[in-house]
Design a protein around this ligand. Sequence first.
Ligand SMILES: Cc1cc2nc3c(=O)[nH]c(=O)nc-3n(C[C@H](O)[C@H](O)[C@H](O)COP(=O)(O)OP(=O)(O)OC[C@H]3O[C@@H](n4cnc5c(N)ncnc54)[C@H](O)[C@@H]3O)c2cc1C
Length: 181
Amino acid sequence: MSVSRFAKALRNIFALAADFVSLIRLQRDSFVRVGRRGDVNELRKAYEGFHPDVRAVLEACPDCHKWAILEREPLPRWSDGRVVLLGDACHPMTPYMAQGGATAIEDAAILARCIEKVDGEDIEGAFQRYEAHRKPRTSRIQAISSANTWMKGGDEDTSWLYGYDAWNVPLTPMEPFVKTF
Ligand SMILES: Cc1cc2nc3c(=O)[nH]c(=O)nc-3n(C[C@H](O)[C@H](O)[C@H](O)COP(=O)(O)OP(=O)(O)OC[C@H]3O[C@@H](n4cnc5c(N)ncnc54)[C@H](O)[C@@H]3O)c2cc1C
């Protein structure tokens, strides 16, 4: 991620370099998780063959930071008793479908609907219903994002992703939920 001040405005640029991503994948356990200062020349070198406009923007960057891109396999469960997860906490994904934030917002809407349905009674059941509804979708997105294959062939129908309406999609029926723990 590069941050630069040019045209008297704060600009935030997110730049990926293939080698850098592989490096992160190899070193993910030891990589610094909080952004640390990067080498802006290394960044420019990674974009050497790009369009002059892209290189001009990178030339204008006074400095940059390196951030690890972290992901994980779908979790076995998202809730424990009256504690429940949503967003990156339960389904972190690579950014290649630009869905991390979108799915977190969808989670919030479905979770709110599930809680509303139980009217303060069976909160644990509401959490399990939320997970049963959401996990197939987020797991699918995690897998495609991880493979970085979205819209690179075989994805002609994107309506399942962009046509999802969290406020109106039918919820997964309340029963039965199989406890996985
Ligand atoms: C460069 C970049 C580009 C992205 N582009 C897109 C995009 O185009 N579209 C998209 O949908 N998504 C995008 N994402 C992903 C998106 O930003 C995340 O998936 C989303 O922010 C996850 O939301 P969240 O609420 O789950 O977690 P977060 O946004 O990480 O929120 C978690 C919050 O908890 C706080 N916190 C952590 N620990 C504690 C603690 N112990 N006590 C109290 N608070 C704590 C954190 O400070 C943070 O504010 C992008 C991400 C990055 C890094």
